[in-house]
Design a protein around this ligand. Sequence first.
Ligand SMILES: C[S@@+](CC[C@H](N)C(=O)[O-])C[C@H]1O[C@@H](n2cnc3c(N)ncnc32)[C@H](O)[C@@H]1O
Length: 266
Amino acid sequence: MTAPQATPTSVHPDGKAEVIDDFDAIAGRYDLLTRMNPGYLQHLRWSAERLRLAPGARILDLCCGTGLSTRALMATYPDAQEITGLDASAGMIRFAMDTLTPGTPRPRGLARLTTLPAPKTRANVRFVVGDAMDPAAAGATGPFDGILMAYGIRNVPNADHCLAALLPLLAPGAPICFHEYSVADSKVAKAVWNAVSLSVIAPLGIAATRNVRMWNYLRESVNRMDGVSAFERRLAAHGFTDIETLPMSGWQRGIVHSFIARRPRS
Ligand SMILES: C[S@@+](CC[C@H](N)C(=O)[O-])C[C@H]1O[C@@H](n2cnc3c(N)ncnc32)[C@H](O)[C@@H]1O
């Protein structure tokens, strides 16, 4: 585990500074809220498994947040050589380190909100504060045998800029999984998403965090996200190959997807 700088500073990407500020502010409540979302952890596990990585892999967890997606990777790949979690929010990274590093003292107030047991596996995990638009600048230089980006690509200021930075971080032939909401291609998916978001996610989120802007942003950003076919075309335009989109279960079916793609072998 690599220690963070003494005072880690969140990255504030152009035009989306408020997103990072909001994640900083709710870091201590994030795990609690996601645990109330049925299927959240299981679906992260599916996306991790869908990478189908060999033992000894070097893995990047991009936009790792509090480390829930990192846990999915640690559980799926206990023999990974290295798992690097990167996030722009110092608050989220601090929480990830406090919960996934045995023996690290937790900041006051966070311990009682930690609802998940520490993982049993002892993967070589490190966390860095950095911008997903330029992971190499934060020391995540690759090459990686696999990248998981769960609920991240929708949040970066420029998805094309980000995708262009990610392709060269992958080893030739290596897979990437974008675990993400996408509803634009389906009227049913869009209706279900907006109903669940307005009637369950936003009220619970606002009650737990006292932050209205963040939950409005979540609903609107999902509505603005590429449809499945547009995102697949975007990946292909950036040179990714072997693109396939796999579903989730429960209320997230047709709403959250694993977008799998690869860097070409040559
Ligand atoms: C919804 S959380 C997902 C966390 C985790 N992957 C999970 O599945 O639970 C999205 C994360 O993306 C991070 N994020 C947003 N924009 C970012 C950027 N430009 N670079 C790095 N992280 C970013 C936020 O700080 C937040 O922790």
